[in-house]
Ligand binder design. Sequence first.
Ligand SMILES: O=C(O)c1cc(C(=O)O)c2c(n1)C(=O)C(=O)c1cc(C(=O)O)[nH]c1-2
Length: 256
Amino acid sequence: MKAMMDRQEFEAALRQIGAERYHHLHPFQKLLQDGQLTKVQVQAWALNRYYYQSQIPVKDASILARLQTTALRRGWRQRIIDHDGQEASDGQPAQRGGIEKWIALADGVGLDRDYVESGEGILPATRFAVDAYVHFVREKSLLEAIASSLTELFSPTVIGIRSKGMLAHYDFISQETLAYFDKRPVQAKRDSDFALAYCLDNARRPEDQRAVMDALRFKCEVLWAQLDALYFSYVEPAMTPPDAWRPGIGMKADAP
Ligand SMILES: O=C(O)c1cc(C(=O)O)c2c(n1)C(=O)C(=O)c1cc(C(=O)O)[nH]c1-2
């Protein structure tokens, strides 16, 4: 049996998992950031990723419901606010949430809002991967559920590279289209610092540390599988499943 790692070793082991398995290494991600995709392939990415975005607050609500202290709930509930936004109240202006901003991103690449929200045309593997994440968080221990969000330790870097590359390479992408990503690196740093501290404090036995590492590996696979699905369905040779979105479907009325 492996011995207990100290805090530094454990954190380094978690970061190593990201270095080896996070979706910054996926071929689809590289094509996307290097400007090698067609507009249609970027549309497929925007459409499918909407499903991930839409389920993030669902999984965060299930974590929130299991947290036993005010401080932990306060920390976690901010994630739901970030994605769902806020109505105007007490003199505070309304805040557009991440889901709304993702719909704007999809609109920006020409997709119809109702079509995007309907979930029609999403790849089967996108649905299976995202649903597996929601089920994992519901069914596993609270420590594993929180650990599965630790991929966000690595997202600020990939978001920076992706946004910069997309803006530079695609004439149909503007800063406004990518507004979703403006606040994400700061939010992801705050959220992953919180989740990392929780995992470092609460993995008190070697088997807890292993469970945290397995949860992070699982989540890397959730992200990887989504990009696999896009690659195998929309990059040559495209094996698009029946009923999945095809170029030209679900366009907004005034799409160029
Ligand atoms: O653009 C990305 O590469 C990326 C990655 C991840 C991630 O690592 O799970 C998230 C996001 N973005 C993101 O925008 C987001 O809201 C988010 C929430 C979570 C989570 O597991 O709670 N991951 C991510």
